[in-house]
Design a protein. Sequence first.
Length: 285
Amino acid sequence: MTTLEELRPRKKRTTMSVLDELGFDVSDWANYKRGSSWAAANPKYCYEWGFLNPGKLAVLNLWIQNTDISDGRVSQPNNFREDARFWKANGRGADWGKRAAKLDEIMRHAVEEQLPLRVIFLDGTMRDAQAANATTSKVTARDLDPEVWHVASYDFATGQHTVVRGDIEEEYMDQFDLPSNSNPPDKYETTSSTFKRDRAVRKLALKLARGKCRKCGMPGFKMPDGRRYLETHHIVPLSEGGIDHITNVIAICPNDHREAHFGLESDAMRVELLRIVRADSTLDS
């Protein structure tokens, strides 16, 4: 079983060298008044807490002290958005608050684009995040964790999230993940089955549901491989001009899915389901 001591960084690498190893373009770091030999100390970059390679990778600086290890699962819960609000309210908006807000944006991109995460572990003296007069942290060791991480949960409304060590494992599935020889015999989706669906949108809808129908709250049933089954539903059908976007796609149980298509109250259900997805107010429209 992995221990905290095994994860603890032993070297003090520069952030620039780690990002270069991960394929980031670090050429602009050399544009520093002290000269290219001081590129790794460029304050425009070296003090940032997270980095994004759009469409490819997200990188987070995380303190080893905040790591939780339980039943072999290595994780960190955080809320960078709340940190940003606190620090801005306590006079740190120009530096700590801005960096924390950027971390939250990186987390959102990681979720929406289903990006892998890499973690740079930091060790040393960590500031008290909730102290208004907190002093700057002191890093004594910094190194890249060799494992890929993933976002296990992210609350778009609050920013609360958990990242987990290890590559992402599919926890949920919908009707489009079923093997072709196990499709349901009825074809209640035929009016829109010719429309192309974005897999990333479906997966995000399933992730937001966290295994429970977003209409009735009942857990989806478990499949033989351990994944939990729900069905993704275009609230305004594609055949009626609905968009293939997370603001129009929801994960619900098969019973509510059928009712949404055929039920006497289907029009009222459409209004309710749109209200539910629009409550994810921080989603891009």
